[in-house]
Structures are given as C-alpha cells and as structure tokens.
Design a protein around this ligand. Structure first.
Ligand code: F6R
Length: 610
C-alpha cells in the first residue's frame, strides 16, 4: 500500500527520500513522487510507474534542498497516472501533501471547495486535503492542519510541508501507520521503520489521533484534538540493516524462503523448558482460569495469515478439543460474531497493520473477548492493541508474497496448541515431550526439503504455460493446498484453485481435462487411501498429477506422474514441510514467466485500507 517518507535536516532530501521510497517498494505501488523545498519554493517531481522512472526524471531536473516529502502510491481513488501521483499541491503550490489511506468524506469536502472555485487536477481523495489546507491557512500550519483534519473522516496518515513555514515537517496519524526517525540535526518520517533504518535506529511510533511537528533539531508530539503534548519512549530498533538486503539471493522472496529454517529456530527458541517437556510463553497474560474455561476460539486473519489460521484450527482442536472457528477478517467484523467472556480471539498478521484485522481485533474487544495477536511486528498497531502478543521471530519480510511469516505463524500455532493442552491437561506429558522433539526437528527437515529445489524448479517450469491448475488435499492438507494455490496465483498470475479432495466430484471435476496439472497433498496417513481414490478420479479425466507426500509413501509414484517427497514428521506438523515445495513452485513458475516476483502486480505488502 502507499508509502510515506519525509526528511528535514542538513542533508540533501532528494537522495534520502528516493532511498526511503525504495525501501518501501515492497509494500506495492504503481507511482512515486517527491516534493523538496529548495530555499525559495517547493518543487515536485512525480510519475506513474516504478521509482526508476522517477529517478530518471530527477536526473534531468535534480532537486536541491533539505526538507521534503515522498510517496509511493497504490491506486485507490483514480487510476495510476502522473496527475494522481503524490505529492499533491494546492493551486498556489505553497502546500504539499503525501497521504496514505482513505478520506471517506472527500466527495463532500471536494464539493465545498469546488463551490469556492478551487480547481482540481487529479481524481484522488488526497487532493482535497491540500486545497483544504490552503483554504484554511491562518498563518500557523499546526492549527491549520488540526482544523483540516477535524473536517476529515477515514483512516489515514499524512506528511505535510509548506513554503510559508519551511522549517517544519508535519506528520499526522489516524489509523494508518507512521513512524518518526530521530537523527542528529535531522529527523525523518516513514510509513514503517525500514524506510529510514539506513539513517537511524531511534524511533517514535506515532499513535492514532496524534500529530508530530518536526524540525531539524526537535520533534514534538501532540494529540490532534486537545493539543496536549505527548511523551513517548524512544524505540531503539535492533534489526540489522543487512537483514533487509538480498544477501546474494536473486530476490527477497527466494531469500525469505531459505530463511525459514532459521526463522523456525528463532520462533521456537526460549519457548520450551530445559527438560524439553513444557512450553513457556514469557509475559503471556492469558490466565490458566481463562484457558480452562474457554468455550470457543476464533482465529482471524487475511490472505495467507487466514490460511495459517486454518492450520491453527486443526492443531488447537486436535490438541485441546476446544472448538475453533476461522474467519476472514473483513467478513468477521461485519457478521455479528457470537462472543462471550469465555471466547478467545486470536488475530494473525505478519505486518500487524492490516486494516481489516485491526478492526476485527477492536470489534472483538468491544464485544468483551480477550484478544491474542500472533504477529511479526512487535511495535505494530495490532501488537499494541491486543491483550496479549506472541511474536513470530521471522525477521523483516520484504517480498509481497508471504513465506517465512506464514510458516513461522504455523510454528506459533504448534507452540500455542501444546501450551493450551498443557494447561488443560488434554495430552499426556510423555506425548507432549514427543511432540516437542518432533517440533524441534522441523528446522533441519525444512533444510532438507529446500535442498531439493532443483527438481521442483523443473516441475514449475513445466506448468508455467498452463492456463489453470488445481491443488487438492484432505484435512490439514487442504489448508496447505489453499496456501499453495494463493502463492501461485499472486506471483505467477496463473489461475489456480484449491479443493478439499472429496469435493472435486461435486462440480469442479468438470474442469479437469487432458494435461490439467493437479498438485495433490498426501501427507495424512489416515487419509492416504481416500486421497489415492481422489487422485485416480482426476487421472481418469487426463490430469497430470504431482503428489507431495511423506518419504514413507514412496509407492505413491505408481499412482501419480511426479512425486515430491518430504521427511517424516507427525501428522499435525506436515504443513511446515509440505508448504515449502509449493512456495518454490510458485516462485520458479513466476521467475520463468519473467515476472517481478517480489512485487507482483496490483498487490501491496501491508494492506492498510479496508
Ligand atoms: C499473501 C500475503 C497476503 C497477506 C495478507 C495479510 O502472500 O502476503 O495474503 O497474508 O495481506 O497480511 P498481514 O499478515 O500483514 O496481516
């Protein structure tokens, strides 16, 4: 989604802003721009397309100056175009604004401004803000921004500069994330920490309804509505910058796929006692009484995080016998969920900023539920608002398609399932110890699967020109099939669908014809025979089948055309290993089609609009 960056200091803003925008590229965008104050006026350069296009323009017309704002736009109001790109300026060119999010009442505000004779040059909601500032300006940019914001509804964040007061950079946050980077005689704003991590490790995280007035040497935080000053602790970030580089891999996605074994190790670390028998979650507030009393768990997320939740359902129900419902966040919040004091809501979000998941969290709390967040971003809005947090320790995920965050979420579900079972005493201590041993083997087993990437690459290249593909599985394999299908769609743009294998003959079988690729997940020994029957059904209609199965099921090769073997593990743990070949299939299919794997078209990393 849109990315904001801003700078005020002694350095040259152009370079700092474009560097920051490049760090935000992973969020997904379709145009980019910057505005820089050159000592006399604010100059703007913006363009549809990649940052490389913007840089080309800047080469011809470089911008001097040490105050500026920049933006990557992911179109919501109006198509991607030069005119719709940010920063937007008012008619006089004195005010410039970058904006992330949506102004819900922009039509109304626009009409008022049109009635006053203001001329609009874009189709965006953002342009309303800048004209509003120009219309309201009273000689003080702070009170002007406050008055303008009081007229706006929506979830958004803003960066504002004006020629009238060029010693100030103003930042505003209403539900769309914004951070302030603190330097020596320079300060920054960014939609996330990675935007300016190159320049500083010290940050203030702006909270909803807050505003920051930033000069070269000072940052003041205040509440938008009351003007009351806000004191905030500095967050010192220890992410190593190296972690956000590609480290010799051709893309971030491939790097992140190969980082999974270590992400599992880090996510497991310190969460198992020294005897290897019990799960320990330091700092978890969930009381034993609440766990004993739970009558229902909801797991909520979007996209891949929702798919992790589907695996979580199997795990928690199997280990604790507590009923679990899994919901897509955008549906959950509008369907009047039945929540009591005995309900636990688990929200799953890599970024911790997904608008629908955050809204579902707040709705659950409003209805009286305790909310536990599983997130990769400890300082995020979701982490801050939840009653409890269990972090995935996957490190920054830059590629839009989620891989290591998903599998680390599964690791957390395993730990959590075992922890709940421990408190509720639903599985024997010895059994738990065996499960913990199997869990600790997963990083090494994942490494073994990733070493066989060559065979998977060949298979991926063989399907790259197919129009459509099917994934199928039963039980927990079905949950993984859904994730494999999403991964393939989002980066290769090949249509695919995932089916519970027993459902195919209720309609979808009609789509199977000679050569249709089908990827069958066959990791559940109890369901093996049933899966073989389903595979025969599609084979009889001409499908070309790849079976993903455990090493001990090698004889599956008699039934399928290709087989991909994964090491033996417990039935609940197979998703961690079986998803790896599916991620690689999506990856190599996308590469061989020449797509931009890390930044698939139309998609954004952090979905901060509803
Ligand atoms: C797909 C993908 C998305 C995200 C979804 C939720 O690869 O990454 O489906 O999983 O947008 O994002 P988070 O986890 O940040 O809430």
């Amino acid at each position: 989604m849109c990315g904001i960056v801003g700078y005020i200091g002694d350095g040259q803003a152009q370079q700092i802003l474009t560097n920051g925008l490049k760090k935000l590229e992973y969020r997904g965008y379709d145009s980019a721009g910057i505005a820089v104050y050159n000592g006399e006026e604010v100059q703007v350069c913006k363009s549809k397309g990649r940052i490389a296009v913007l840089e080309e323009r800047l080469e011809h017309t470089p911008m001097e100056g040490s105050v500026g704002i920049g933006h990557t736009r992911w179109a919501t109001h109006g198509r991607p175009s030069d005119e719709n790109s940010h920063p937007h300026t008012d008619e006089s060119g004195k005010f410039s604004v970058v904006h992330n999010g949506i102004i819900e009442n922009y039509q109304e505000l626009k009409q008022d401004l049109l009635d006053k004779g203001v001329i609009f040059t874009s189709e965006t909601d953002t342009e309303v803000i800048v004209h509003l500032l120009a219309d309201l300006y009273d000689g003080d940019i702070i009170s002007t921004v406050q008055t303008a914001v009081s007229k706006m509804r929506g979830a958004y964040s803003l960066g504002v500069i004006t020629e009238y007061e060029p010693d100030k950079l103003i930042a505003v946050r209403f539900a769309s994330p914004l951070v302030i980077g603190l330097g020596e005689r320079e300060n920054f704003i960014g939609s996330d920490i990675s935007a300016v991590l190159e320049y500083t490790r010290d940050f203030y995280i702006l909270e909803d309804g807050e505003m920051a007035v930033i000069t070269r040497s000072n940052v003041s935080l205040m509440k938008m509505d009351t003007n009351q000053a806000v004191q905030r602790d500095i967050l010192r970030v220890d992410w190593d910058m190296v972690q956000t580089e590609k480290d010799g891999f051709e893309t971030f996605m491939l790097k992140e796929i190969y980082e999974q074994p270590n992400a599992f190790r880090k996510t497991i670390l310190n969460r198992i006692d020294s005897a290897g028998k019990n799960i320990v979650f330091e700092g978890l507030n969930l009381s034993a009484e609440l766990i004993q009393d739970l009558d229902k768990i909801y797991i909520i997320g979007c996209g891949t995080a929702f798919h992790a939740g589907l695996v979580g359902k199997y795990v928690i129900e199997e280990l604790t016998r507590i009923p679990v419902e899994v919901d897509v966040a955008s549906e959950f919040r509008y369907r009047r969920p039945i929540i009591t004091k005995k309900t636990l809501v688990i929200v799953v979000s890599q970024s911790g900023e997904t608008a629908d998941t955050l809204a579902a969290l707040r709705e659950s709390q409003r209805l009286g539920a305790k909310v536990l967040a599983i997130t990769n971003a400890p300082g995020s809005s979701i982490a801050r608002d939840a009653d409890d947090v269990i972090a995935t320790i996957a490190g920054p995920e830059i590629a839009v398609a989620s891989t290591k965050a998903y599998s680390s979420q599964l690791i957390v579900f395993y730990l959590l399932g075992l922890y709940l079972a421990q408190v509720k005493d639903t599985i024997l201590g010895d059994e738990r110890k065996l499960m913990i041993e199997a869990l600790c083997k997963l990083p090494e087993q994942a490494e073994a699967v990733l070493q066989r990437a060559n065979d998977i690459q060949l298979y991926a290249e063989s399907i790259k020109d197919r129009k459509s593909l099917f994934f199928m599985g039963r039980g927990i394999d079905y949950a993984v099939a859904l994730e494999g299908s999403l991964k393939l769609k989002e980066i290769s743009y090949i249509h695919s669908e995932a089916y519970a294998a027993g459902e195919l003959k209720h309609g979808t079988l009609a789509l199977i014809e000679e050569g249709t690729p089908v990827i069958a997940l066959v990791t559940q020994t109890e369901l093996y025979e049933k899966m073989v029957s389903n595979i025969k059904e599609v084979k009889a209609r001409g499908a070309h089948v790849l079976g993903v199965t455990l090493e001990e099921n090698i004889e599956l090769h008699r039934v399928v055309d290709d087989v991909c073997l994964i090491p033996h593990t417990l039935p609940l743990f197979t998703p961690i290993l079986s998803v790896l070949p599916l991620q690689l299939i999506a990856y190599y299919a996308s590469r061989s089609l020449g797509n931009d794997v890390d930044k698939p078209r139309n998609l954004a990393k952090s979905v901060t609009v509803e």
